[in-house]
Design a protein around this ligand. Structure first.
Ligand SMILES: Nc1nc2c(c(=O)[nH]1)N[C@H]1C(S)=C(S)[C@@H](COP(=O)(O)OP(=O)(O)OC[C@H]3O[C@@H](n4cnc5c(=O)[nH]c(N)nc54)[C@H](O)[C@@H]3O)O[C@H]1N2
Ligand SMILES: Nc1nc2c(c(=O)[nH]1)N[C@H]1C(S)=C(S)[C@@H](COP(=O)(O)OP(=O)(O)OC[C@H]3O[C@@H](n4cnc5c(=O)[nH]c(N)nc54)[C@H](O)[C@@H]3O)O[C@H]1N2
Ligand SMILES: [Mo]
Length: 776
């Protein structure tokens, strides 16, 4: 038969990777179509059809056989690849988990329930898994929570000391738009590049991907770009950026040397420094070597970074010539001593005297997320209220394994000495720690400790496979919601496109079921079903926008498929008001000024984060003792082909695999020295662990660097390697940025790479576990 094939009905939807339509036939997603309003749709949407109906979907509630038979308790076999699960009906599964929550809170107190549950879950303002979990746990007495993020944990803790809490919020959530950069910025120097694939993603999804076009437009209108990074393709070729290929982990040295040049060549803006900062003379003395005998000169930085001294000198002079923006990407702070490049970056912008000028100064996040530079939202978006957590126990998010392995032990965090709680029950919904955490072999030992692990999941991730009870939950395509991210252009309706997979229920239904059993249903649901919550959250948000916004009521919004978001802030000059009058508009720091020396931080007495930015030599860096055995620096950055571990089984993600494994890029010289050819299976290893990956030779990778992005589903099924599939967290180090922020340091570690000879073990990540029927 001629003519167009039947592509099915189209349903608009939103994911963190954009707004698009799914095409549905006979209750199945058969394709996707980009939103015509999106100027640069992300290819990540191509993963959705396969992921939606994949055999790894969890289709019914299950419990681990050993947990069912032996009862709650530590279990070193938790997560064993050959573990068996028993299928349960919903009532039985909910009864078991409710009883276990009750036992733990009664016998050990609510702090023994860890509900941090970090992760990205899915777009959608109501069915947000973490919000649902936190709200539920708050109705039953609270939980130990986690604070800060894997994304920019060092920034969240350090920056309030340097520019105050409001200044930190502005930096992270209200940066100048790409439009403002195009208008004002002569030179944008970005540490960590401006990776286009990272801008395909915004937390909560975005109506249109405007970042890619924004960068191009700035380049067209004359903004010049410099990309300091170990990878040439960290910045789009069309921007014509100068690539400064630097050894990873040495940005602080580079930044200090740029300040050095400004000082010795009399290019520093001392009037600005006097008026708007405190402590600059102390930093100056350190940079000039007066305090430690080591001038932080371009020659000094060149030896560490591999960037020629002449190039650094030239860069500093160029920066002082016009309107310059210093961007420190989040990757740069996701490493040991990650506080330092942020602080040094602000210091450089201050020595340039550019903070508070339109398109100038300091920023952190361009190229890290799609909505950064895409405007901001003045009034909070609709959000499920989470209630109040009466438990004050907390951990910095990336200290999860330490917490489970060291209950009762003290740790430092931002000037406080805290103790790890004795956690008995871990509940995860909407995150994948066996994707996101470092040193996964250690995390497996940590997950053996609690009595019970409960996971709500759409798919059989490695985290679900470390759970004692798994509740199958719906994907966004199986429920109704609406989506928007900070700075978004539109609040968009997400229609239900297909029926729930198997027996899957919404997270909301799971927690309603548990709340009913624990006598908290009234408080948790407030008598609303999901549709009524959507109406309620929308109307509450509409009320806050004021009548002048002219927003339709819920029925109108739902029928139209979305509304433009009012009160968007399209243009901001960071710290403009402060610069104009520091007395009248002080920052929220103790001095009211930008603190290039912080008395507060100095008094914490942390050798790994003293009172002003300093160069601290990380243990895992080329040239260090460890580098004799592990000579290559692994850059574990964000994957181009998906979001984190989500939809790794999708067509687009699969197409990027090499020999069925995650692609690892290395320089042809490093490959040749190891007898590695393009397409070979290779083994990355150090003392912590090992993983297999598929080699890709690329001279756009700095020699001495290998790049293996995160997100290949962790596969511990082969005894000879920690992960057969290529999850870099098999080899990364589980250590905080410093005692100040305790942020994630997964971006950089040292490894050796060798060709894997012999028959590589199969990848079993996408084979679901064995599930047996319950014996009667
Ligand atoms: N080595 C190294 N490690 C890193 C990083 C790095 O740079 N290097 N980066 C870190 C960063 S910045 C981040 S943000 C983290 C990301 O880590 P995560 O956010 O944990 O990664 P995701 O794969 O997005 O995990 C989300 C999980 O939620 C599930 N999910 C989706 N929708 C729903 C839902 O509606 N309900 C429920 N219950 N579950 C759902 C998905 O199936 C998926 O398993 O990784 C960190 N890890
Ligand atoms: N497609 C896609 N986009 C994403 C995500 C995803 O999973 N997939 N995740 C999202 C999330 S949660 C976050 S937090 C952001 C993260 O945003 P970023 O942290 O900015 O992203 P990364 O890709 O980890 O790192 C960007 C680049 O920094 C460079 N780099 C690494 N170490 C160093 C260093 O020491 N110095 C310098 N100068 N450069 C270095 C690497 O070459 C790397 O490619 O990305 C978001 N965007
Ligand atoms: Mo992140």
């Amino acid at each position: 038969m001629a003519g167009k094939p039947d592509r099915g009905a189209a349903y608009p939807t939103s994911a963190h990777w954009g707004s698009f339509e799914v095409l549905v036939r006979d209750g199945r997603v058969v394709g996707v179509r980009p939103d015509p309003a999106d100027p640069a749709p992300s290819p990540l949407i191509e993963n959705t059809p396969d992921a939606q109906h994949h055999p790894t979907r969890v289709d019914r509630p299950v419990a681990r056989r050993r947990w069912l038979e032996r009862g709650p308790g530590p279990d070193p076999r938790r997560g064993a690849p050959d573990d068996e699960y028993v299928a349960l009906d919903w009532d039985t599964a909910l009864d078991l988990v409710a009883a276990e929550l009750d036992r733990v809170r009664r016998d050990h107190g609510n702090a023994a329930v860890f509900g941090g549950s970090y992760g990205w879950a899915s777009a959608g303002r109501f069915h947000h898994a973490q919000s649902q979990l936190h709200r539920f746990l708050n109705t039953i007495g609270g939980y130990t929570r986690s604070v800060t993020t894997y994304s920019h944990g060092a920034a969240e803790v350090l920056l309030p000391h340097v520019v105050g809490a409001a200044g930190t919020r502005d930096l992270l959530y209200r940066p100048p738009t790409w439009e403002a950069i195009a208008e004002h910025t002569d030179l944008l120097v970005s540490f960590g590049g401006l990776r286009v694939s990272n801008t395909w993603v915004s937390s909560g999804g975005r109506a249109a991907n405007t970042a890619e076009g924004g960068m191009r437009e700035a380049a067209r209108r004359g903004t010049e770009f410099v990309s300091v990074s170990p990878l040439r393709d960290d910045t789009a070729a069309e921007l014509g950026a100068r690539w400064v290929s630097a050894a990873p982990g040495t940005d602080t040295a580079i930044l200090l040397s740029l300040i050095h040049v400004l000082l010795v060549e009399d290019l520093a803006d001392t009037a600005f420094l006097d008026r708007c900062t405190v402590g600059w003379r102390r930093l100056r003395d350190y940079v000039l070597g007066r305090t430690d005998g080591t001038p932080k000169s371009p020659e000094w930085a060149a030896a560490l970074s591999g960037v020629a001294a002449a190039e650094l000198r030239d860069l500093a002079r160029r920066m002082a010539r016009g309107r310059t923006l210093v961007n420190v990407g989040w990757s740069v702070q996701r490493a040991r001593y990650g506080e330092q490049p942020l602080w040094a970056g602000i210091a450089l912008a201050a020595f340039l005297g550019q903070i508070g000028l339109p398109g100038g100064g300091f920023a952190t996040g361009y190229g890290s997320m799609g909505n950064y530079g895409g405007g901001s939202t003045r009034l909070a978006l609709p959000r499920l209220p989470q209630g109040r957590n009466p438990v004050d126990s907390l951990i910095p998010v990336a200290r999860i394994a330490d917490m489970l392995l060291h209950p009762g032990e003290p740790f430092d965090f931002d000037g406080r000495r805290l103790r790890y709680p004795d956690v008995r029950l871990v509940y995860w919904a909407g995150g994948n720690p066996f994707h996101h955490h470092q040193d996964l072999a250690r995390l497996r030992r940590a997950f053996a400790r609690p009595d019970t692990v409960v996971v709500n999941e759409t798919h059989w991730t490695a985290t679900a496979r470390h759970a004692d009870v798994v509740f199958p939950v719906t994907t966004t395509l199986e429920r109704e919601d609406f989506a928007a991210s900070n700075g978004d252009l539109r609040l968009r309706v997400m229609r239900r496109a297909v029926p729930p997979h198997g027996a899957a229920r919404d997270d909301y239904a799971v927690f309603t079921g548990l709340a009913e059993r624990l006598g908290a249903a009234g408080e948790f649901t407030e008598g609303r079903d999901a549709r009524q919550w959507l109406r309620h959250l929308y109307e509450e948000w509409r009320g806050r926008q004021g009548p002048e916004a002219g927003l339709p009521d819920f029925d109108g919004f739902w029928a139209d498929g979305g509304v433009d978001i009012p009160h968007r802030v399209a243009d901001t000059t960071l710290f403009g008001g402060f610069r104009a009058d520091p007395e009248a508009a002080p920052l929220g720091t103790p001095s009211g000024r930008i603190e290039l020396y912080s008395e507060t931080v100095a008094e914490f007495g942390y050798p790994d984060c003293p009172g002003h930015p300093v160069w601290l030599d990380p243990p895992e860096r080329p040239g260090t003792e460890l580098a004799r055995r592990w000579p290559l620096t692994l850059v574990a950055n964000q994957p181009r082909d998906r979001l984190h571990s989500q939809q790794d089984m999708g067509a687009h993600s699969r197409a990027g695999k090499v020999a069925g494994r995650a692609p690892v890029r290395l320089h042809p010289d490093d490959a040749a020295a190891r007898g590695i050819a393009d397409g070979d299976v290779v083994r990355l290893f150090n003392d912590r662990g090992s993983c297999l990956a598929g080699a890709v030779l690329d001279d756009g990778v700095r020699p001495g660097v290998v790049q293996l992005s995160t997100g290949a589903w962790f596969d511990p099924s082969a005894p000879e390697v920690t992960c057969a599939h290529g999850n870099p967290n098999a080899v990364t180090a589980d250590v905080g940025t410093s005692r100040l922020a305790q942020g994630c340091t997964g971006q950089l570690s040292l490894v050796q790479v060798e060709r894997f000879d012999g028959v590589p073990p199969p990848v079993r990540a996408f084979v679901p576990p064995r599930i047996v029927e319950r014996a009667r």
